[in-house]
Design a protein around this ligand. Structure first.
Ligand code: 5AD
Ligand code: FES
Length: 349
Protein backbone atom coordinates (compact mmCIF):
# COMPACT_ATOMS: atom_id res chain seq x y z
CA UNK A 1 0.00 0.00 0.00
CA UNK A 2 1.07 3.57 -0.53
CA UNK A 3 3.10 5.13 2.26
CA UNK A 4 0.52 7.85 2.91
CA UNK A 5 -2.26 5.29 3.47
CA UNK A 6 -0.08 3.32 5.87
CA UNK A 7 0.66 6.47 7.80
CA UNK A 8 -3.06 7.26 8.11
CA UNK A 9 -3.65 3.77 9.44
CA UNK A 10 -0.81 4.17 11.90
CA UNK A 11 -2.33 7.40 13.19
CA UNK A 12 -5.65 5.63 13.79
CA UNK A 13 -3.98 2.71 15.55
CA UNK A 14 -1.59 4.67 17.76
CA UNK A 15 -3.23 8.13 18.09
CA UNK A 16 0.17 9.70 17.54
CA UNK A 17 2.91 10.19 14.97
CA UNK A 18 6.36 11.77 14.95
CA UNK A 19 6.64 15.42 13.93
CA UNK A 20 8.10 14.43 10.58
CA UNK A 21 5.31 11.92 10.04
CA UNK A 22 2.68 14.58 10.74
CA UNK A 23 4.44 16.79 8.24
CA UNK A 24 4.46 14.03 5.64
CA UNK A 25 0.77 13.35 6.28
CA UNK A 26 -0.21 16.99 5.78
CA UNK A 27 1.99 17.49 2.72
CA UNK A 28 1.01 14.31 0.94
CA UNK A 29 -2.65 14.01 1.87
CA UNK A 30 -4.86 12.77 -0.94
CA UNK A 31 -8.63 12.97 -1.30
CA UNK A 32 -8.70 9.32 -0.37
CA UNK A 33 -6.73 9.78 2.86
CA UNK A 34 -8.70 12.88 3.77
CA UNK A 35 -11.98 11.00 3.43
CA UNK A 36 -10.58 7.97 5.26
CA UNK A 37 -9.48 10.05 8.26
CA UNK A 38 -12.69 12.07 8.22
CA UNK A 39 -14.74 8.89 8.46
CA UNK A 40 -12.54 7.55 11.27
CA UNK A 41 -12.85 10.85 13.13
CA UNK A 42 -16.64 10.81 12.80
CA UNK A 43 -16.80 7.19 14.00
CA UNK A 44 -14.62 7.93 17.04
CA UNK A 45 -16.62 11.03 17.87
CA UNK A 46 -19.90 9.13 17.57
CA UNK A 47 -18.67 6.31 19.80
CA UNK A 48 -18.06 8.83 22.61
CA UNK A 49 -20.56 11.63 22.04
CA UNK A 50 -23.23 9.96 19.88
CA UNK A 51 -24.92 12.52 17.66
CA UNK A 52 -24.90 15.19 20.40
CA UNK A 53 -23.37 18.56 19.70
CA UNK A 54 -22.47 20.81 22.63
CA UNK A 55 -23.16 24.53 22.49
CA UNK A 56 -21.39 27.36 24.28
CA UNK A 57 -22.80 30.84 24.54
CA UNK A 58 -20.04 33.23 23.57
CA UNK A 59 -20.08 36.59 25.33
CA UNK A 60 -17.56 39.02 23.87
CA UNK A 61 -17.47 41.35 26.82
CA UNK A 62 -14.64 43.72 25.96
CA UNK A 63 -12.80 44.52 22.73
CA UNK A 64 -10.20 46.58 24.51
CA UNK A 65 -6.77 45.00 24.41
CA UNK A 66 -3.31 45.95 25.58
CA UNK A 67 -1.71 43.52 23.14
CA UNK A 68 -0.72 44.15 19.56
CA UNK A 69 -0.75 40.77 17.82
CA UNK A 70 -0.12 41.32 14.11
CA UNK A 71 -3.10 39.22 13.00
CA UNK A 72 -5.87 40.53 15.23
CA UNK A 73 -8.33 43.31 14.50
CA UNK A 74 -8.58 44.17 18.20
CA UNK A 75 -4.85 44.98 18.47
CA UNK A 76 -4.16 48.19 20.30
CA UNK A 77 -2.62 49.86 17.25
CA UNK A 78 -5.94 49.63 15.42
CA UNK A 79 -7.23 53.12 16.07
CA UNK A 80 -10.24 52.52 13.84
CA UNK A 81 -11.70 49.99 16.22
CA UNK A 82 -14.72 51.29 18.13
CA UNK A 83 -13.92 50.13 21.64
CA UNK A 84 -16.46 48.92 24.19
CA UNK A 85 -16.62 47.15 27.47
CA UNK A 86 -19.77 45.55 28.93
CA UNK A 87 -20.78 46.14 32.50
CA UNK A 88 -21.30 43.35 34.98
CA UNK A 89 -25.05 43.59 34.75
CA UNK A 90 -25.01 43.42 30.94
CA UNK A 91 -22.84 40.31 31.04
CA UNK A 92 -25.05 38.68 33.63
CA UNK A 93 -28.13 39.58 31.55
CA UNK A 94 -26.56 37.78 28.56
CA UNK A 95 -26.18 34.63 30.62
CA UNK A 96 -29.77 34.86 31.84
CA UNK A 97 -30.98 35.15 28.26
CA UNK A 98 -28.63 32.33 27.27
CA UNK A 99 -29.93 30.07 30.01
CA UNK A 100 -33.46 30.44 28.63
CA UNK A 101 -32.14 29.54 25.19
CA UNK A 102 -30.69 26.30 26.53
CA UNK A 103 -27.06 27.22 27.07
CA UNK A 104 -25.34 25.55 30.02
CA UNK A 105 -21.86 26.88 29.28
CA UNK A 106 -20.96 30.54 29.00
CA UNK A 107 -17.69 31.63 27.46
CA UNK A 108 -16.52 35.02 28.61
CA UNK A 109 -14.12 36.19 25.96
CA UNK A 110 -12.33 39.48 25.76
CA UNK A 111 -9.16 41.28 24.84
CA UNK A 112 -6.54 41.71 27.52
CA UNK A 113 -8.29 44.63 29.19
CA UNK A 114 -6.75 45.71 32.51
CA UNK A 115 -10.11 47.11 33.61
CA UNK A 116 -11.13 43.52 34.26
CA UNK A 117 -9.01 43.01 37.35
CA UNK A 118 -9.32 39.82 39.36
CA UNK A 119 -11.77 41.57 41.62
CA UNK A 120 -14.05 42.67 38.77
CA UNK A 121 -13.91 39.34 36.94
CA UNK A 122 -14.35 37.24 40.07
CA UNK A 123 -17.47 39.19 40.98
CA UNK A 124 -18.94 38.48 37.52
CA UNK A 125 -18.08 34.78 37.74
CA UNK A 126 -19.62 34.46 41.20
CA UNK A 127 -22.77 36.17 40.09
CA UNK A 128 -23.20 33.89 37.06
CA UNK A 129 -22.56 30.77 39.13
CA UNK A 130 -24.97 31.98 41.78
CA UNK A 131 -27.74 32.51 39.20
CA UNK A 132 -26.97 29.32 37.29
CA UNK A 133 -25.18 26.76 39.46
CA UNK A 134 -25.78 24.07 36.84
CA UNK A 135 -23.72 25.95 34.25
CA UNK A 136 -20.03 25.96 33.39
CA UNK A 137 -18.13 29.22 33.00
CA UNK A 138 -15.29 29.28 30.51
CA UNK A 139 -12.85 32.17 30.42
CA UNK A 140 -10.91 33.39 27.42
CA UNK A 141 -9.10 36.46 28.65
CA UNK A 142 -5.48 35.83 27.78
CA UNK A 143 -2.28 35.73 29.75
CA UNK A 144 -2.48 36.49 33.47
CA UNK A 145 -0.47 35.68 36.58
CA UNK A 146 -0.64 32.39 38.43
CA UNK A 147 -2.22 34.21 41.34
CA UNK A 148 -4.88 35.63 39.05
CA UNK A 149 -5.69 32.26 37.50
CA UNK A 150 -6.07 30.83 40.99
CA UNK A 151 -8.46 33.60 42.04
CA UNK A 152 -10.59 33.10 38.92
CA UNK A 153 -10.74 29.36 39.49
CA UNK A 154 -11.68 29.82 43.12
CA UNK A 155 -14.44 32.23 42.11
CA UNK A 156 -15.97 29.34 40.18
CA UNK A 157 -14.63 29.43 36.61
CA UNK A 158 -14.42 25.89 35.23
CA UNK A 159 -12.54 26.10 31.96
CA UNK A 160 -10.01 28.37 30.28
CA UNK A 161 -9.28 28.89 26.60
CA UNK A 162 -5.84 30.18 25.68
CA UNK A 163 -4.87 29.30 22.14
CA UNK A 164 -1.14 28.69 21.92
CA UNK A 165 -1.40 30.20 18.36
CA UNK A 166 1.67 28.29 17.15
CA UNK A 167 3.88 25.72 18.83
CA UNK A 168 6.97 27.00 17.04
CA UNK A 169 8.87 29.69 18.94
CA UNK A 170 10.34 31.38 15.86
CA UNK A 171 6.95 31.39 14.15
CA UNK A 172 5.40 32.83 17.31
CA UNK A 173 7.84 35.74 17.14
CA UNK A 174 6.69 36.51 13.59
CA UNK A 175 3.04 36.77 14.63
CA UNK A 176 3.56 38.87 17.75
CA UNK A 177 5.47 42.01 18.66
CA UNK A 178 8.50 41.91 20.89
CA UNK A 179 7.38 41.75 24.47
CA UNK A 180 4.95 38.92 23.86
CA UNK A 181 6.68 35.70 24.60
CA UNK A 182 6.12 32.16 23.46
CA UNK A 183 7.58 30.85 26.69
CA UNK A 184 5.16 32.84 28.79
CA UNK A 185 2.20 31.65 26.73
CA UNK A 186 3.20 28.01 27.07
CA UNK A 187 3.86 28.54 30.76
CA UNK A 188 0.37 30.02 31.20
CA UNK A 189 -1.11 26.84 29.72
CA UNK A 190 0.78 24.69 32.24
CA UNK A 191 -0.22 26.96 35.11
CA UNK A 192 -3.87 26.86 34.02
CA UNK A 193 -3.80 23.09 34.04
CA UNK A 194 -2.09 22.98 37.44
CA UNK A 195 -4.68 25.40 38.80
CA UNK A 196 -7.44 22.95 38.02
CA UNK A 197 -9.05 24.36 34.87
CA UNK A 198 -10.12 22.25 31.93
CA UNK A 199 -7.76 23.85 29.41
CA UNK A 200 -8.20 24.75 25.76
CA UNK A 201 -5.28 25.34 23.40
CA UNK A 202 -5.49 26.01 19.69
CA UNK A 203 -4.07 27.67 16.63
CA UNK A 204 -4.90 29.34 13.35
CA UNK A 205 -4.58 27.44 10.10
CA UNK A 206 -2.79 29.32 7.35
CA UNK A 207 -1.40 32.13 9.47
CA UNK A 208 1.40 34.07 7.76
CA UNK A 209 4.76 32.26 7.63
CA UNK A 210 3.11 28.97 8.62
CA UNK A 211 4.16 25.86 6.71
CA UNK A 212 3.36 22.19 7.17
CA UNK A 213 6.36 22.07 9.52
CA UNK A 214 4.78 24.49 12.00
CA UNK A 215 1.44 22.71 11.74
CA UNK A 216 3.07 19.37 12.50
CA UNK A 217 4.55 20.94 15.65
CA UNK A 218 1.05 22.12 16.60
CA UNK A 219 -0.22 18.56 16.24
CA UNK A 220 2.65 17.24 18.35
CA UNK A 221 1.84 19.83 20.98
CA UNK A 222 -1.82 18.79 21.08
CA UNK A 223 -0.75 15.15 21.30
CA UNK A 224 1.64 15.73 24.21
CA UNK A 225 -0.16 18.46 26.16
CA UNK A 226 -3.52 16.72 25.81
CA UNK A 227 -5.74 19.79 26.24
CA UNK A 228 -9.40 19.16 27.06
CA UNK A 229 -10.36 21.57 24.26
CA UNK A 230 -8.78 22.75 21.02
CA UNK A 231 -9.90 25.75 18.99
CA UNK A 232 -8.72 25.79 15.41
CA UNK A 233 -9.90 27.98 12.60
CA UNK A 234 -8.52 29.45 9.41
CA UNK A 235 -6.57 32.68 9.59
CA UNK A 236 -8.58 35.48 7.95
CA UNK A 237 -6.94 38.85 7.37
CA UNK A 238 -8.24 42.00 9.01
CA UNK A 239 -7.91 45.18 6.95
CA UNK A 240 -6.48 47.29 9.81
CA UNK A 241 -3.57 44.99 10.68
CA UNK A 242 -0.06 44.44 9.33
CA UNK A 243 -1.36 41.20 7.79
CA UNK A 244 -4.14 42.95 5.85
CA UNK A 245 -2.80 41.72 2.52
CA UNK A 246 -2.02 38.18 3.54
CA UNK A 247 -4.25 35.44 2.23
CA UNK A 248 -6.75 33.44 4.24
CA UNK A 249 -6.09 29.93 5.44
CA UNK A 250 -7.75 26.96 3.80
CA UNK A 251 -11.08 25.55 4.93
CA UNK A 252 -10.14 22.17 3.48
CA UNK A 253 -6.92 22.00 5.51
CA UNK A 254 -8.74 23.18 8.63
CA UNK A 255 -11.24 20.34 8.26
CA UNK A 256 -8.45 17.83 7.64
CA UNK A 257 -6.73 18.94 10.85
CA UNK A 258 -9.99 18.70 12.79
CA UNK A 259 -10.14 15.03 11.77
CA UNK A 260 -6.52 14.44 12.72
CA UNK A 261 -6.98 16.09 16.12
CA UNK A 262 -10.11 14.04 16.81
CA UNK A 263 -8.08 10.90 16.13
CA UNK A 264 -5.12 12.08 18.26
CA UNK A 265 -7.40 12.74 21.24
CA UNK A 266 -10.70 10.90 20.80
CA UNK A 267 -12.64 12.64 23.60
CA UNK A 268 -11.40 16.20 23.00
CA UNK A 269 -13.91 19.05 22.91
CA UNK A 270 -13.45 20.45 19.43
CA UNK A 271 -15.43 23.42 18.10
CA UNK A 272 -16.44 24.10 14.53
CA UNK A 273 -15.32 27.72 14.75
CA UNK A 274 -16.83 30.98 13.61
CA UNK A 275 -13.74 31.62 11.48
CA UNK A 276 -14.47 28.42 9.54
CA UNK A 277 -18.10 29.50 9.17
CA UNK A 278 -16.90 32.88 7.92
CA UNK A 279 -14.70 31.36 5.25
CA UNK A 280 -17.30 28.93 3.89
CA UNK A 281 -21.09 29.20 4.31
CA UNK A 282 -21.47 25.65 5.60
CA UNK A 283 -18.41 25.84 7.83
CA UNK A 284 -20.18 24.75 11.03
CA UNK A 285 -21.62 21.70 9.30
CA UNK A 286 -18.34 20.86 7.58
CA UNK A 287 -16.51 21.19 10.88
CA UNK A 288 -18.86 18.78 12.64
CA UNK A 289 -18.71 16.35 9.73
CA UNK A 290 -14.90 16.41 10.01
CA UNK A 291 -14.89 15.45 13.70
CA UNK A 292 -15.79 18.56 15.70
CA UNK A 293 -18.44 18.27 18.44
CA UNK A 294 -18.95 21.83 19.70
CA UNK A 295 -20.43 25.03 18.28
CA UNK A 296 -20.19 28.41 19.96
CA UNK A 297 -23.01 30.68 18.84
CA UNK A 298 -22.80 34.33 19.75
CA UNK A 299 -24.60 35.57 22.87
CA UNK A 300 -23.18 39.09 22.90
CA UNK A 301 -25.62 42.02 22.80
CA UNK A 302 -26.45 42.91 19.21
CA UNK A 303 -25.21 46.46 19.71
CA UNK A 304 -21.58 45.37 20.20
CA UNK A 305 -21.28 42.39 17.90
CA UNK A 306 -19.88 44.17 14.88
CA UNK A 307 -17.27 45.77 17.09
CA UNK A 308 -15.70 42.47 18.12
CA UNK A 309 -14.00 42.14 14.79
CA UNK A 310 -11.04 39.80 14.99
CA UNK A 311 -10.99 39.44 11.19
CA UNK A 312 -12.88 40.76 8.15
CA UNK A 313 -16.51 39.80 7.50
CA UNK A 314 -17.05 37.79 10.68
CA UNK A 315 -20.44 36.07 10.44
CA UNK A 316 -23.40 36.27 12.82
CA UNK A 317 -22.77 39.89 13.77
CA UNK A 318 -26.24 40.97 12.69
CA UNK A 319 -28.28 38.24 14.35
CA UNK A 320 -30.14 38.23 17.63
CA UNK A 321 -28.92 35.60 20.10
CA UNK A 322 -32.20 33.72 19.81
CA UNK A 323 -31.82 33.56 16.02
CA UNK A 324 -28.26 32.26 16.25
CA UNK A 325 -29.54 29.57 18.56
CA UNK A 326 -32.28 28.51 16.12
CA UNK A 327 -29.87 28.70 13.21
CA UNK A 328 -27.40 26.43 14.99
CA UNK A 329 -30.20 23.95 15.71
CA UNK A 330 -31.27 23.86 12.10
CA UNK A 331 -27.77 23.48 10.79
CA UNK A 332 -27.02 20.55 13.09
CA UNK A 333 -30.35 18.85 12.39
CA UNK A 334 -29.73 19.14 8.67
CA UNK A 335 -26.71 16.86 9.02
CA UNK A 336 -28.24 14.42 11.49
CA UNK A 337 -26.86 15.87 14.72
CA UNK A 338 -28.67 17.24 17.75
CA UNK A 339 -27.76 20.18 19.96
CA UNK A 340 -28.17 19.17 23.60
CA UNK A 341 -28.95 21.20 26.72
CA UNK A 342 -25.91 20.17 28.72
CA UNK A 343 -22.78 21.62 30.31
CA UNK A 344 -20.90 19.55 27.80
CA UNK A 345 -17.93 18.44 29.87
CA UNK A 346 -15.33 16.22 28.28
CA UNK A 347 -16.32 12.58 28.56
CA UNK A 348 -13.90 9.88 29.53
CA UNK A 349 -13.70 6.96 27.17
N1 5AD B 1 -8.08 35.23 11.80
C1 5AD B 1 -8.46 34.10 12.44
N2 5AD B 1 -8.43 33.95 13.77
C2 5AD B 1 -8.01 34.99 14.50
N3 5AD B 1 -7.86 35.15 15.81
C3 5AD B 1 -7.42 36.40 16.05
N4 5AD B 1 -7.26 37.06 14.90
C4 5AD B 1 -7.62 36.21 13.91
C5 5AD B 1 -7.65 36.30 12.50
N5 5AD B 1 -7.28 37.41 11.86
C6 5AD B 1 -8.06 34.06 16.76
C7 5AD B 1 -6.82 33.85 17.62
C8 5AD B 1 -7.30 34.13 19.01
C9 5AD B 1 -8.78 33.90 18.91
C10 5AD B 1 -9.59 34.62 19.94
O1 5AD B 1 -9.12 34.37 17.63
O2 5AD B 1 -6.37 32.50 17.50
O3 5AD B 1 -6.72 33.30 19.98
FE1 FES C 1 -25.63 32.99 14.17
FE2 FES C 1 -26.20 31.27 12.22
S1 FES C 1 -25.25 30.86 14.13
S2 FES C 1 -26.84 33.37 12.41
Amino acid sequence: MEEINLLAEKLCAEHKLSVSEYEFLIKNRTDYVTEFLRQKAVDIRKSIYGNSVYIRGLIEFTNRCKNDCYYCGLRKSNLNCDRYRLEEKQIVACTDEGYELGYRTFVLQGGEDPFFSDEVLCSIIRKIKQNHPDCAVTLSVGERSEESYRALFEAGADRYLLRHETADELHYSKLHPEGMSFKNRMNCLSVLRKTGFAVGAGFMVGSPFQTEKELSEDLKFIETFQPEMCGIGPFIPHRETPFAREKSGSAELTCFLLSVIRIIKPNILLPATTALATLIPDGRERGILSGANVVMPNLSPLAVRKKYELYNNKVCTGEESARCRVCADKRMQSIGYQIVVDRGDMKSF
